[in-house]
Design a protein around this ligand. Structure first.
Ligand SMILES: *Cc1c(COP(=O)(O)O)cnc(C)c1O
Length: 354
């Protein structure tokens, strides 16, 4: 079976982990600080606060921005439930925003309809490695959390992901662009926001009491994150190569939800198919694991306004295996098998129309 997602762990990652294990310093210490500095330097931001997950980073980002009881936060409906959890953990209300008509990212126009005097933050993810129009959300004058969990290293017209938001959030979950197993980070150019998040990340050795967390990343994980980060350019090149290869094989058969623009991180290659369940089952029967790239639109999980574009995307989107460790032979087979599955399901689709 060709797995849908796999981390790319190489001998330098293993050597880094061994080095930390032998040192006896396993918890948050020098490696974590160095990892934070490495990522901040890459994104041209003042600093980073590493956490044990992307969800924890989102939670701390909201708290650092002062989001709490009575606040509303705009998040897209077409995204993973981590966003909803982070907002609820902060004690705030989530307002779900629809996707753009012809893509997967969050719509500025729909956000304009959802903004209220209680809105305190907007979480904007760059889904599948394709950048959202994050700068356009600036017009609301509300703090932006730029969610780069799927877009580390992506650019759009030369503008890098992670440099627009008031706070940038990353995830290093096993299947993300780089991994520490589980892990995350928030970054900012504001030392005030960074200090606040750092204070909330752990609870020990404080003069005062307030609700704090244990959201620390370990040195063992950070050491792996640092070797992974050095390989990010190569990982991205390989991802783009694979995406272009799928595009050549499948581009005429059906639409994709993440068209390959220059600078995309190519986190996922997502096809529009008539019925994702059937497509995924047919592909599994030929030895290729495919998946829905978003488990369920959030408006189906909580009582909320329906987001029709998110609903339509969910009814069509199926994602192919795409990660650096796929071999050429595997990439070719996936392309050919997906083409056959599309032919047998008949009726190619455009993402927008019916
Ligand atoms: C993975 C992911 C998260 C959550 O990160 P975890 O590390 O799994 O907690 C949040 N948002 C997006 C867009 C993600 O891809």
């Amino acid at each position: 079976m060709i797995a849908h997602s796999r981390p790319t762990i190489e001998s330098d990652d293993i050597a880094a982990a061994n080095r930390v294990l032998a040192s006896g310093y396993l918890a948050q210490d020098r490696e974590v600080r160095a990892f934070e500095e490495d990522v901040a330097a890459l994104l041209h931001l003042r600093g980073g606060v590493a956490t044990n997950s992307g969800t924890a980073a989102l939670h701390l980002a909201l708290l650092a921005l002062g989001v709490g009881q009575g606040a509303e936060v705009l998040i897209p409906s077409y995204a993973c439930a981590a966003l909803l959890h982070a907002v609820h953990l902060a004690g705030a209300r989530a307002c779900l925003v629809d996707s753009v008509t012809d893509g997967v990212n969050m719509s500025v126009d729909d956000a304009a309809r959802r903004v209220s005097p209680a809105t305190r933050a907007i979480v904007v993810p760059h889904l599948f490695g394709t950048m959202a129009e994050v700068w356009a959300f600036r017009r609301f004058g509300i703090p932006i959390i730029e969610n780069c969990a799927q877009a580390l290293g992506a650019t759009f017209q030369g503008w890098p992901a992670g440099e627009t938001g008031d706070i940038t959030v990353l995830s290093f979950y096993a299947t993300k662009l780089i991994t520490t197993g589980e892990g995350g980070m928030l970054l900012s150019r504001s030392s005030g926001l960074l200090d606040e998040a750092r204070d909330l990340r752990d609870y020990d050795k404080r003069a005062n009491y307030r609700l704090r967390f244990n959201y620390k990343l370990t040195d063992l994980q950070a050491a792996i994150g640092r070797t992974q980060l050095r390989k990010l350019p190569r990982f991205l090149d390989r991802r783009r190569e694979i995406a272009r290869s799928y595009q050549a094989e499948l581009g005429n058969l059906t639409a994709t939800y993440a068209p390959i623009r220059d600078g995309d991180a190519c986190y996922r290659y997502v096809l529009a198919v008539p019925d994702p369940e059937t497509f995924i089952r047919n592909m599994a029967a030929t030895g290729v694991e495919c998946a829905r790239p978003v488990h369920r639109p959030l408006h189906e999980l909580v009582r909320s306004n329906v987001c029709p574009n998110a609903a339509r995307t969910y009814q069509r989107a199926a994602s192919l295996p795409l990660y650096p460790s796929l071999t050429e032979t595997q990439v070719r087979s996936v392309g050919i098998l997906a083409a056959q599955a599309l032919h047998s399901s008949k009726g190619s689709m455009a993402p927008g129309g019916c």
